[in-house]
Design a protein around this ligand. Structure first.
Ligand code: F6P
Length: 381
């Protein structure tokens, strides 16, 4: 039986090293095992196979990719893979497209003798993979088939894994951007309101605010953090302590909750604030809006991301070849391999999907650290 590998969802630096690690650690131990690459994410599963797959992959295909960002296999989001919402106006058509997609994917996997499908991606990708696996098992009950998920997303919001591939590189990209922005903000004595990706979670914004030394952080999970009045109070307290410029980092999830007007509204509120004007020499503080956007996802993967990819890719191959991690219990069904500190762990994919996304909470240690390090409305020193 062969092993299929694909990358899915938003690309994440380190995915290449993850694919390479799965390939090499399987071939090292079982050189005759066939490995199949699907290109373009789940789309590659449901296309004419010759155009979207590399069968019987050889070692040279995984050479010269470890230092490259993005994913050499390509990726994508597949709307047909989502179960249509109950109130979708074109639900019947969507459902038909959904079922057709599952059918073609399952038949293709069957025809290619794939018994293990490795999916490197986020929780949306795992949800999709689980649907395909269920469909496969219903259609071909006598064939073994399972999914092995490897967390790969800059959002770091996968339940059950301390880190996901891509997060560390994105964090470094964002911190680098904050440092560059600081130069210009400081020179002009301005306020910058900077949007950072993260989907519905605030992890990337939170850790980049800590590491980049932001003045204020707003994340979707903590309502008080995106209250305009609360933020302005923090800035006033800072200005009273002789701060002359401010960096406000907010997670895109805040804009998802409040709409794009949130940052514009904050800008107007800051520019109009009389206390800030007085403390700023009688003129309004100038505010600029900026977004790091997809720049966070680009560039060479960090050493940590490639190391994590090596750990998780090897763990995935352990599950495929031995049905367990070394010294761990036997694993049945679809699994995700993740990390607890430097150690690989394996979890039931169902549980991961049901509990994801993993979100920040007010008592998350990192959130509390951020509160100590940023400006507060009661700043006592
Ligand atoms: O999940 C990764 C991520 O970068 C999110 O942080 C962001 O919300 C989303 O993908 C952006 O997706 P796209 O690249 O499809 O615009």
């Amino acid at each position: 039986m062969s092993v299929g590998i694909l990358t899915s969802g938003g690309d994440a630096p380190g995915m290449n090293a993850g694919v390479r690690a799965v390939f090499r650690s399987i071939k090292m131990r079982e050189p005759s095992r066939e490995i199949v690459f699907f290109r373009g994410g789940f789309r590659g599963l449901a296309r004419k196979l010759d155009s979207s797959t590399d069968r019987n992959v050889q070692r040279q295909e995984t050479r010269g990719i470890i230092h490259r960002g993005g994913t050499f296999l390509g990726t994508g989001r597949v709307p047909e893979l989502k179960v249509p919402a109950a109130d979708a106006p074109d639900r019947v058509a969507q459902l038909a497209a959904h079922e057709a997609f599952l059918r073609v994917a399952a038949v293709n996997l069957y025809q290619m003798d794939v018994s293990d499908l490795v999916v490197v991606g986020g929780d949306g990708s795992f949800r999709g993979a689980r649907l395909i696996a269920r469909h496969f098992r219903e259609t071909f009950p006598d064939r073994p088939f399972r999914v092995i998920g490897i967390p790969g997303t800059i959002d770091n919001d996968i339940w059950g894994s301390d880190y996901s591939i891509g997060f560390d590189t994105a964090l470094n990209n964002v911190v680098d951007a904050i440092r560059k922005i600081r130069d210009t903000v400081e020179s002009h004595k301005r306020v910058i309101i900077l949007e950072v990706m993260g989907n519905t979670s605030g992890w990337l914004a939170l850790q980049s605010a800590i590491a980049g030394g932001a003045s204020v952080l707003a994340i979707p999970e903590v309502a008080a953090s995106h209250d305009h009045e609360n933020i302005v109070r923090r800035l006033i307290r800072g200005a009273e302590r002789d701060y002359r410029y401010f960096i406000i980092v907010y997670a895109e999830g805040v804009a998802k909750q409040h709409g794009n007007g949130w940052a514009q509204g904050l800008r107007r509120r800051i520019e109009a604030d009389p206390s800030l004007r007085r403390l700023h020499g009688g003129v309004p503080m100038e505010v600029r809006l900026n977004s790091i956007g997809h720049l966070a996802r680009g560039g060479s993967p960090s050493a940590l991301d490639n190391t994590l990819a090596g750990l998780l890719g090897t763990a995935a191959s352990d599950v495929i070849l031995h049905g367990q991690l070394p010294g761990g219990p036997a694993l049945a069904g679809d699994v995700m391999v993740g990390c607890e500190g430097p150690r690989a762990v394996a979890l039931a994919l169902d549980e991961v999907v049901e509990r994801s996304p993993r979100l920040v909470t007010e008592d998350s240690p990192l959130f509390r650290i951020a509160q100590n390090l940023m400006l507060s409305a009661e700043q006592p020193f």
